[in-house]
Design a protein around this ligand. Sequence first.
Ligand SMILES: [Zn+2]
Length: 259
Amino acid sequence: MFIDTHTHLYVENFDVDRDQVISRCKEQAVLKVLLPNIDETTLTAVKQLADDYPDTCFAMNGLHPCHVNEKVVSTLNRLKSDFSKYGYVGVGEIGIDFYWDTTFAEEQIFAFKEQIKWSKELSIPFVIHSRSSLDLTIKIVGDSDCIPNQCIFHCFDGKLEHANKIIDLGMKMGIGGPVTHKKSKLVEVIRAIDLKHIVLETDSPYLTPSPHRGERNESSYIPIIARRIAEIKEVSIEEVAEVTSQNARDIFSNIDLSF
Ligand SMILES: [Zn+2]
């Protein structure tokens, strides 16, 4: 049985068949899915899905770095005020993305630091999105006074040296579809680190694993990712399922993720 620690099943790509997508998750033993938010426009859908499937879907609240702009302060204020109205399980997804655009680099850094503070204030974990910014992101987390073992570096794509720094900080790495692609550089990193530092994720509808590449991703593909990790680590898929689910529970100790 599996946990998808990072999926956006609430976005409109799933409007036509969301219920079937959730039933396929159950058929594939993906029994818990965590929903990081993107921006203000997606928050209602995140909550709706978590309310529709309270035993399966869990809502987070946060501002994605690609959606940070000059209005960052007021946006963050409005998002933050919603924590008192709804039982979000985490802060996410938050971080720094210099891949697409650096126009709001300073605002991204500001928003990231602010939202790490929310995690501490609320005693809930946070989920990081970092692209073309891993050294800086790790430094900001290291310099913050966040609680160790309360953070996931989602879609980890760094080198072994980055992985080791994240492990030293007591954080975990989210591994998804890219590990199934031919020539993935992640293989070496995963071989070198212990399974206890990894959680599974799809980032649906993005980052679809092989052999479905090019199609919409969905959380029921988690076993494909687990199987590839099992091959790399030369362990059974059951062991990958068990260890990564426990890792997710260790981070999200504020909620019940038992099967
Ligand atoms: Zn995401």
